[in-house]
Design a protein around this ligand. Structure first.
Ligand code: PEP
Ligand code: MN
Length: 338
């Protein structure tokens, strides 16, 4: 931590700050300039609250210089995490595409969409059986029945399954039917649940919370990693800002920033990121150009009658067009679509 002392601080105040830093267990290195004194406080204290120093008399600012997360950080593990599946890798050279409806609705719907996305080159079938809806009166998902249908549809067309669990009671079903467990934006800081995911044998895709900072999001990943599950994938899905013209603000900057801060792969979700069908493809292109390890996108055979998120779901022909464009973007940056 770097402690910047106020310009008018007295020598007595400075000595007081140094004494308290020692009491906290830091080694202190003092640099005294003409107008400014700066204290370097050295010591590994991931959970130290810098405000405890900031409130001391004579302190102008206190800055943390190390990250509060460890297992998720690049400094802990330099090489990228690569998660291996039977038909692809996530975090390797190729960009993986996951596609499917927001919710699994019925057999005909999920089989039709699975066929479309598999033929166009997706590797994962997405679809929710447990839906986090703003309204308790809205469609909540088909539960286990939906998972069974999706598993069969995915197997039929050579796809893997990604689906959301909303709490620990659903993990047993996820272990049974899903290849990746999706954790929704609203659960990013459900710490008890994140701890349980640390014990899961399945990879976890952790969506960014609506107002999650990069640090908070990586701290959430740290919960899963520290519980023993090393297969964590980050997913940028848009954040809440002052803008109202789009559903969320798709934060493309998350992709290079997370890659710099962490070894974990990052997937982009342009469907929830922008929330408007005709703007999903440009955001998917931008995400691949920015270095995303994958794209997760909503596709529906009949979006106008979808039970959830129809307005942001691509038509089958739009998904095919998106894949065509993403292949070109991937090639332009020396990657390919898995
Ligand atoms: C979803 O993927 O359909 C979903 C509900 O996502 P999020 O948690 O990002 O809102
Ligand atoms: Mn959705």
């Amino acid at each position: 931590m770097v402690v910047v002392v106020q310009q008018n601080a007295s020598e007595k105040e400075i000595e007081g700050i140094i004494r308290i830093l020692h009491d906290f267990g830091f080694d202190v290195h003092r640099s005294t300039g003409v107008n400014q004194t700066v204290l370097g406080a050295i010591g590994v204290k991931p959970d130290f609250d810098t405000r405890q120093v900031e409130v001391l008399p004579g302190v102008a600012h206190a800055y943390r210089i190390t990250e509060p997360y460890k297992l998720a950080s690049r400094s802990f593990k330099q090489e990228k995490t690569v998660i291996t599946f039977k038909n692809c890798e996530i975090g390797g050279d190729a960009v993986v595409v996951m596609a499917g409806p927001c919710s699994i609705e019925n057999e005909q719907q999920i089989f039709s969409i699975a066929e479309t996305v598999a033929k166009a080159g997706a590797k994962f079938l997405r679809g929710g059986a447990f839906k986090p809806r703003t309204s308790p009166y809205a469609f909540q998902g088909l539960g286990e029945e939906g998972l069974k249908m999706m598993r069969r549809a995915a197997d039929e067309f050579g796809l893997l399954v990604i689906s959301e669990a909303m709490d620990g009671t659903q993990l047993e079903l996820m272990e049974k039917y899903s290849d990746i467990i999706q954790i929704g934006a609203r659960n990013m800081q459900n710490y008890n649940f994140l701890r349980e995911l640390g014990k899961s044998s399945k990879p976890v895709m952790l969506k960014r919370g609506l107002s999650g900072t990069f640090e908070e999001w990586l701290m959430s990943a740290e919960y899963i990693l520290s519980g023993g599950n090393k297969q964590v994938i980050m997913c940028e899905r848009g954040i809440r800002t002052f803008e109202t013209a789009t559903r969320n603000t798709m934060d493309i900057s998350a992709i290079p920033v997370i890659h710099a801060k962490s070894h974990l792969p990052i997937i982009a979700d342009p469907s929830h990121g922008i929330g408007i069908r005709d703007k999903v493809i440009p955001m998917a292109r931008a995400a691949v150009a920015a270095g995303a390890d994958g794209i997760i996108v909503e596709v529906h055979n009949d979006p106008d009658h979808a039970k959830s998120d129809g307005a942001q779901s691509l038509f089958p022909n739009q998904f095919e067009e998106m894949m065509r464009q993403l292949r070109m973007i991937a090639e332009a940056i020396g990657r390919k679509i898995a």
